[in-house]
Design a protein around this ligand. Sequence first.
Ligand SMILES: [Zn+2]
Length: 114
Amino acid sequence: MMNDTFTLYNLRVEVIETDKPMVCGHNAGDYFLVIGEDIIFPENNSFSMYALSSILPLLPAKQRMLHPNDWMLSDSVIACPDPNCGAVFKITRIDTKEFSHSECTVEPIHKGEG
Ligand SMILES: [Zn+2]
């Protein structure tokens, strides 16, 4: 049987306080995890849906191996979408996990471009 595994980074996204006050309901240290396609919130932890919407587009890229010059590799701090709020959200790669292509999709593995 063909090896169809690939590796993704598991992520931790954490609320970080700055010098500017937080005006939303964020609490410094609140976080969620990203493992594969799952977002995992700890118990007794909430997260602003507006902040989440600003973070979501970056998560699939941060899960993957990137070119060393890619800005998505170097940039890991996202500002709150409320311009009056001082909270930022730090994305950290915590470890990796192996996945099987055939367990993620029914599409065949395509070795070419596009
Ligand atoms: Zn905010």
